[in-house]
Ligand binder design. Structure first.
Ligand code: SAH
Length: 210
């Protein structure tokens, strides 16, 4: 009950970012306290990043909201996420995709295992967590309607735009210490729009940082 009240308050606060109502409704349905480490439960509905071990952090709720808002995920879509962490962002996207599916790739096995556990506890069944180097995308389920990258990339990766459907969208933070968040739309060509400064942990892998 206490969690529910905190969650409602968090969602109300997110309105100042002009987030789409569908995204806010999806975030209201996902019990975020199931997607943070036990010792961080009291902070589950605070709007800042949280440590999840292995030197990684999960995004602040407003960052998840902004990225979901930019991606405009619709019912039935096939979505790829790079950087699962504890699975919260994937859970919100899964709610938005409805009858669709989310494939999420994490390079650290322990985090992937936690994410699978958390998703199961939350009763979310349309997410597949895969342990791999997501800087290469995930060719075997491509092409995707949407791709969301939750780690800082050296550039807008061709490997990912190649795995998008025509009309598809990608959000990706680009830069080393500080990043610019890009919304990339694939039509006849590739349209890139800068959407503001962000801070993410690095994408580590073949096409990422070493
Ligand atoms: N999406 C999460 C945030 C995850 S933090 C959320 O719900 O807030 C970023 C994650 O990206 C970390 O867990 C990190 O281990 C992972 N990561 C970094 N490089 C990666 C790569 N090449 N492939 C897959 N995951 C990667």
């Amino acid at each position: 009950m206490e969690f529910e009240i905190k969650r409602k308050r968090l969602i109300e606060g997110l309105r100042e970012h002009n987030i789409d109502e569908r995204v806010l409704a999806a975030m209201e349905r996902v019990p975020r306290h199931l997607f943070v480490p036990e010792n961080e439960q009291t902070n589950a509905y605070a709007d800042y990043p949280l440590p999840i071990g292995s030197g990684q952090t999960i995004s602040a709720p407003h960052m998840v909201a902004i990225m979901c808002d930019l991606l405009d995920i619709k019912d039935g879509m096939k979505v790829l996420e790079i950087g699962t962490g504890f699975g919260y962002h994937a859970a919100v996207m899964a709610e938005l995709a409805g009858s669709g599916h989310v494939y999420t790739v994490e390079r650290i096995e322990g985090l992937a295992l936690s994410a699978r556990d958390n998703l199961e506890k939350a009763g979310i069944t349309n997410v597949t967590v895969i342990v791999e180097d997501g800087s290469l995308g995930l060719v075997r389920f491509s092409p995707y309607d949407r791709i969301s990258v939750a780690a800082a990339s050296p550039e807008i990766l061709d490997t990912l735009t190649d795995q998008l459907k025509t009309g598809g969208k990608l959000v990706i933070p680009v830069g080393r210490l500080y990043q610019e968040l890009y919304l990339v739309t694939k039509t006849d060509g590739i349209k890139k729009e800068a959407k503001g400064g962000v801070v993410f942990v690095p994408l580590i892998g073949k096409k990422g940082f070493s």
